[in-house]
Design a binder for this molecule. Structure first.
Ligand code: GTP
Length: 328
């Protein structure tokens, strides 16, 4: 079974971290999120993954130089489909699927979703539903900022309601970013122009009565925003891989920290934070609820900050700081 994994987006909401690495290569619990996803796909029966690349393709090739990817005791074959011009999600699916000649049932996964969904269950639901495509759905407490999906009693998708006003829909199910499709879906996608699977292809399938919804209560996080990327990492804070190859001064105080090759100086205090490879927290600095890849100077205190690879926080107190400034 093939899976097309969408990893070619710009990841603008996670800048400046994504200035130097594409979002799906960022770690979750010190393992690149695309590696965790690949292992989950393999556990569900996927044998071949096509990485649908656009932005920063070389980072993937450098990380996975062979034609396979291994994590723990799972291995999958890797294929690369590079389309430098953004084609949006459906355009990227079509380009990648055509590049490897997919002609049967296949899986599609957004590269930035962290979930406990069992892929084999989704594939089974697709086969039982007997339609062109099946979409994984997840419930949210407040659907007002999402595209909400309404199902009928037979689990067929009836309509998508974009950012519903209170009372507009009784559904709280949203698109969870993993799908199973028949190759016939590819014929519905125009070639060589940007097409959105969410805004164009799925509504087409709904009109044809050919899209099944598969809601589950599995853990689910879209890591696209800093607070959600942090949350996905903190799930690993108690694991044995939480802090790897790092130097922590004996007088530093840390709680709920994920760190890889980081340095934490004397009397520094770090809580609820991710320290990416090479991060330096100098002595007496304070870091809370933050993502740090650069350096936090002695005498600096940051809360809710995102510090990219080249960012250096000068002494002072900051909330919501982003360095280097992602808008420049
Ligand atoms: P933002 O810029 O912060 O919205 O992030 P993003 O670019 O990753 O967009 P979004 O989170 O909506 O994308 C969902 C998934 O689709 C991610 O895994 C992206 O990498 C991927 N994606 C989005 N657009 C494209 C595209 O044009 N080509 C490819 N190959 N993948 C895409």
């Amino acid at each position: 079974m093939f899976a097309v994994v969408l990893v070619g987006g710009f990841g603008t909401r996670l800048r400046p971290l994504t200035n130097t690495v594409p979002k799906p290569m960022l770690p979750i619990g010190n393992v690149p999120m695309v590696v965790r996803l690949a292992a989950r796909l393999a556990a569900g029966g996927v044998t071949d993954i096509v990485l649908a690349l656009g932005f920063q393709p070389d980072a993937f090739r450098a990380a996975f130089p062979g034609d396979s990817l291994t994590h723990g005791d799972t291995t999958v074959h890797l294929h690369y489909a590079v389309k430098p011009e953004p084609r949006d999600t459906a355009g990227a699916i079509k380009f990648a699927a055509d590049a490897v000649g997919i002609d049967g049932t296949f899986v599609v996964a957004n590269g930035d979703i962290v979930t406990g969904l069992a892929i084999d269950d989704l594939i089974r639901a697709h086969r039982e539903g007997g339609r062109e495509a099946t979409i994984h759905l997840t419930p949210v407490d407040d659907p007002s900022s999402f595209g909400v999906v309404e199902l009928d009693d037979a689990q067929l998708v009836q309509r998508f309601v974009e950012k519903p006003a209170p009372g507009e829909t009784s559904s709280n199910l949203i698109n969870a970013g993993t799908y199973v499709m028949e190759a016939s879906v590819l014929d519905r996608i125009a070639a060589d122009v940007p097409v959105s699977v969410e805004r164009v292809t799925f509504p087409d399938l709904v009109a044809a009565g050919d899209l099944v919804g598969y809601p589950t209560n599995d853990s689910w996080i879209d890591t696209g925003r800093p607070e959600f990327y942090l949350e996905a990492n903190l799930a690993y804070a108690e694991s044995e891989r939480a802090i790897v190859e790092s130097e922590l001064a004996a007088t530093s105080r840390i709680s709920q920290v994920i760190a890889d090759r980081a340095t934490i100086g004397e009397n520094a205090v770090v809580s609820r934070s991710v320290l990416l490879p090479g991060a330096v927290i100098e002595k007496n600095a304070r870091v809370e609820n933050s993502l740090v890849w650069g350096r936090v100077s002695s005498g600096a205190s940051i809360i809710d900050a995102v510090i990219g690879q080249d960012g250096v926080v000068p002494p002072g107190d900051y909330r919501g700081l982003r360095l280097p400034d992602p808008t420049r």
